[in-house]
Design a protein around this ligand. Structure first.
Ligand code: UDP
Length: 333
C-alpha cells in the first residue's frame, strides 16, 4: 500500500547516477523522498549526483545489481534504471548487459518483494526491435533479432519485462513497466555514442557530424524532464496498469532532420559525413502514447527545439576542450 502524501517515501533508484537516473533522484529529492541511489558506475557518473551528494535525504551505494541487493530499513519504492542504454556501451560487454537486465531485474524484484515496495521497471522501445508496426503501441509484440548485436539489450529488457509480469501474476509484487523511447538532455555522457550527444558535441567542436546510413531512419526524442515526470506518474498511479506503458515524445524526426536542426542552432557546425549503418538499426521509431495519456494524464511538454537548446548549452559549458575529445567520436563497436 502506498502511503499518504505527507509520508516521505524511501525510494531506491538503481542506476541513479546515470543520465535519466540522476534527473530522477534530483526530482524525487525535491518532492521530499528519501532517495537511495545505487550505481555500479559502469556507465553512471559521480558528477551526476555530486550536486545533491550531501543532501540529508540522499544515500549513495556503489554496487552492481547483478549481485543480490540489500538495503537497510524500510523501502517504499524501487525504480530500476540500472543498465547502460546506448548501443555502443551496451554492446561493449554484451554478457554483462544481459546479466544486468535479467539477473539485475530479478535481484531488485526480490528486494522489492521482501520490503513490500512498489516497483517501476525502466524498459525500452528496443523491445519493439526494428518495428513492423508504426507508431508502436504497447500491444505490438516487436521484431527483434535475438542473435544480433543489439539482442543483449533488447532481449535482456524483454526477459526483464517477462520477470516483472510473472512476479505480478504470482502476486509477488506491485510491478509497473515503462517502455522508454529515446531520451535526451543535460548530463548525457559526451562519450555514450548516441545520436543527440554525438551530433551536439561534434557541432560544438566543429567536427563533421556522423550520420549512419542515409539518415532517413527516424527516432522520437523526449526531453529528460518530461520522461522523469512520466516515470513518477507511473509509480504514483494507485493501481498498476495491466500492461507496459510507452513513455516518449511522439514527435518523429529523421536523423537528417535532427542534424539540420542542430546545425541551425550551433553556429559554425561542420557538414555531416555519412557512415555505415550499424547492424539491426531500427528504421523507424515513434511511440503511441495514448495509454500514458489516458492512465497517467501525462504527455511531453518540451518541444525538441527547446530541449536541444538546453542540451546544447549544457554541453557547451561542460565540454572542456574545443579539441575533439575521444568523447563524441564514432564509438560503434
Ligand atoms: N546515429 C547516427 N549517428 C551517430 C549516432 C547514431 O546517425 O553518431 C543513428 C543510429 O544509427 C540510429 C539513430 O541515430 O539510427 C539513433 O541512435 P542512438 O544510438 O541514439 O539510439 P537508438 O535509438 O539506436 O538506440
Amino acid at each position: 500500500m502506498q502511503k499518504m502524501t505527507s509520508f516521505r517515501p524511501v525510494t531506491l533508484v538503481a542506476g541513479g547516477a546515470g543520465f535519466i537516473g540522476s534527473h530522477l533522484c534530483e526530482t524525487l529529492l525535491a518532492r521530499g523522498h528519501r532517495v537511495i541511489c545505487l550505481d555500479s558506475f559502469v556507465s553512471g557518473r559521480r558528477e551526476n549526483v555530486q550536486p545533491f551528494e550531501n543532501h540529508p535525504s540522499f544515500t549513495l551505494i556503489e554496487a552492481c545489481v547483478t549481485r543480490p541487493v540489500a538495503v537497510p530499513g524500510p523501502l517504499d519504492q524501487v525504480y530500476n534504471l540500472a543498465c547502460a542504454a546506448s548501443p555502443p556501451q551496451y554492446q561493449a560487454d554484451p554478457v554483462h548487459t544481459m546479466r544486468t537486465n535479467v539477473v539485475g531485474c530479478g535481484n531488485l524484484l526480490e528486494l522489492a518483494r521482501i520490503k513490500g515496495a512498489r516497483f517501476v521497471q525502466a524498459s525500452t522501445s528496443e523491445v519493439y526491435g526494428d518495428p513492423l508496426a508504426h507508431p508502436q503501441t504497447e500491444d505490438y509484440w516487436g521484431n527483434v533479432n535475438c542473435t544480433g548485436p543489439r539482442a543483449c539489450y533488447d532481449e535482456g529488457k524483454r526477459a526483464a519485462e517477462t520477470l516483472c509480469f510473472d512476479y505480478r501474476r504470482a502476486g509477488l509484487g506491485d510491478v509497473r513497466v515503462a517502455r522508454i523511447f529515446n531520451t535526451y538532455g543535460p548530463q548525457m555522457r559526451a562519450d555514450d555514442g548516441r545520436i543527440v550527444s554525438n551530433l551536439i558535441c561534434q557541432a560544438l567542436q566543429e567536427r563533421p557530424m556522423t550520420l549512419y546510413g542515409d539518415g532517413t531512419q527516424t527516432r522520437s526524442f523526449c526531453y529528460v524532464s518530461d520522461l522523469v515526470a512520466g516515470l513518477i506518474a507511473l509509480m504514483d498511479l494507485p493501481v498498476a496498469p495491466d500492461g507496459a506503458v510507452n513513455l516518449g515524445n511522439p514527435g518523429e524526426f529523421s536523423i537528417l532532420e535532427l542534424a539540420g536542426l542542430i546545425r541551425e542552432m550551433v553556429p559554425g557546425s561542420a557538414k555531416p559525413v555519412f557512415c555505415p549503418l550499424p547492424q539491426d538499426d531500427p528504421r523507424r521509431r515513434q511511440p503511441d502514447i495514448e495509454r500514458a495519456r489516458q492512465l497517467l494524464h501525462w504527455q511531453p511538454r518540451v518541444p525538441l527545439r527547446d530541449g536541444l537548446r538546453a542540451t546544447i548549452d549544457w554541453f557547451a559549458a561542460h565540454l572542456e576542450t574545443p579539441e575533439p575529445v575521444g568523447a563524441a567520436r564514432d564509438m560503434r563497436p
